[in-house]
Design a protein around this ligand. Sequence first.
Ligand SMILES: [Ca+2]
Length: 262
Amino acid sequence: MKQISKLSLLPIALLLPHSVSAAVVFADDFTGGRDPSWITDRYSPTTVTTVMFGGDERLQMTVDGTGSAANRPGAYSSAFYNTQGLKSPNAATTGEPWVYSVGIYFSSAMLSGTGLYNVSAWANSGGGSAFPVLGFRSHDVADPFNPSAANITTALRVWDPEAGGYVEFAPTLLLADQWNTFEIAADAGGFTFSVNGSELYADTTVPNPLVLNEVFVQTYNYGQAAPTSYLFDNVMVSTVPEPGVAALGLIGLAGLLRRRVR
Ligand SMILES: [Ca+2]
């Protein structure tokens, strides 16, 4: 048998450690409460708690009239603070492709087109200048704060500033009365947004997509007096191998196998 040269093993030794599997950066399944790294983003929902739902502990965020623009302290009265949720800086990673996924529960009411709902997963990427957002909204675009508006519609949407802001899609990927997985994935080419494993949108105009600073779970306060609750679970941020690197590793392995069977 031909001696395997040390040089032929080198690419495998260099590449396999990076191509074996995803590495978890941050995960929270809300068992026993939320991870202490979560902090308020913009303005706190009225309640943020862990609840039992469907036999498992989940994060529940509830907004109501006490957190409306009219009832917030003056410094927080702008619409900016209608977005109310949590973020964790413990999800930070840089230099490798990353994936942020979170489960969001959608009741049939949320998808019925008859009320005001808004929930989303965000990341802070690109060195602070890019905020990939994958969200859902149910409101009348012409009259968004009116729960009795005539033309309430529902949409999945992705924030893409170069495309003019939110890019909206009919929410056909969402399942009623079930958990739905929202995923934002970054590689050197930009962001890919998926729901329940199906790609919704790709944003290829992103500065420094491999920089991830924080991830968010967000709700929105439309100023309604009555509470609106949202459920989240299974936050996961992981880094994944570059497909190109993994492929090179396999090519190296194939070369090694060829040599061994001679
Ligand atoms: Ca859980």
